[in-house]
Design a protein around this ligand. Structure first.
Ligand SMILES: NC(=O)c1ccc[n+]([C@@H]2O[C@H](COP(=O)([O-])OP(=O)(O)OC[C@H]3O[C@@H](n4cnc5c(N)ncnc54)[C@H](O)[C@@H]3O)[C@@H](O)[C@H]2O)c1
Length: 253
């Protein structure tokens, strides 16, 4: 019961890392888990599973790039559970059209990638902070990536947006530390999730990636979800502005 009594909202929680985190948050005793996503069917399924296991979860449709939807989601969360202690800005996207070099990246895909992967995080913090202030503190967890720290041969806009999340997290951590609102980032390495399903099905690609991981296996959503539990809990009450890299050692080389 590491999260007993807390209320937490997770974006991109219909699938992958977000769904695993929502399950762990409920298992650790959260008084309310808000599963937010644009995939309503999968989101409702995640909520049904959590509630069948004795958790207290609701689903809210939330496109993280839309400020009006953010305001409505925070309002609904607070009216349902009485406050907000944890926000995990986890929704993200990477599509074949975004896995391009600089010259081959269209402005359209550049803007779309930043709208979800970077602006979505900014809006999530902007609208959660006032509610956390009312509770006397809180924990914001922003999902970046190892690709927010190091470069690679493609994924131009993804690198840029995830890199923005990395330093935006530290700026917010400094700004809100006096109010005991902690802001940290998680940097997943390669993992099997909805986002990587198509990529990892390409001949040899999954094996190539495993070859880059010193611990010798592909990541699973639960690897990141344990990190989120730590950052959401009071066990990390002296931790802010941290980059928690969970990648099997990929970028220490
Ligand atoms: N899987 C990996 O290898 C990996 C590596 C590094 C970072 N990440 C990051 O982890 C996070 C979670 O991704 P995942 O790997 O679990 O993938 P996933 O596709 O399984 O989950 C992402 C979820 O985000 C949702 N989403 C997409 N756009 C949204 C929007 N505009 N508003 C709300 N929800 C939206 C999707 O519907 C989906 O449910 C992402 O930020 C991703 O960039 C993943």
């Amino acid at each position: 019961m590491r999260l007993e009594g807390k209320v937490g909202l997770i974006t991109g929680a219909a699938s992958g890392i977000g769904a695993a985190t929502a399950r762990f948050f409920a298992d650790e005793g959260m008084a309310g888990v808000i599963v937010a996503d644009i995939n309503d069917e999968l989101g409702e399924k995640t909520v049904a599973e959590i509630n069948a296991g004795g958790g207290k979860a609701i689903y809210i449709h939330l496109d993280v790039s839309d400020p009006d939807q953010w305001q409505a989601a925070v309002k609904e969360s607070v009216s349902k559970f009485g406050g907000l202690d944890v926000t995990m800005n986890n929704a993200g996207m990477s599509v074949p059209a975004s896995r391009k070099k600089v010259e081959d990246t269209t402005l359209e895909i550049w803007n779309a990638m930043h709208a979800v992967n970077a602006t979505g995080v900014f809006l999530g913090m902007k609208y959660s902070i006032p509610e956390m202030r009312k509770r006397g503190g809180g924990s914001i967890i922003n999902t970046s990536s190892i690709f927010g720290i190091v470069g690679s041969g493609s994924g131009t806009a993804y690198h840029s947006a995830k890199g923005a999340v990395r330093t935006l997290t530290k700026a917010a951590a400094i700004q809100y530390a006096p109010e005991k609102i902690r802001v940290n980032s998680i940097h997943p390495g390669f993992a099997d999730t909805g986002m990587t399903q198509e990529l990892h099905a390409m001949p040899g690609e999954r094996e190539r990636r495993i070859g880059l991981i010193p611990l010798g296996r592909m990541g699973v959503p639960e690897d990141m979800a344990w990190g989120a539990v730590y950052l959401a809990s009071d066990e990390s009450s002296f931790v802010t502005g941290l980059e928690l890299v969970i990648d099997g050692g990929t970028i220490i080389q």
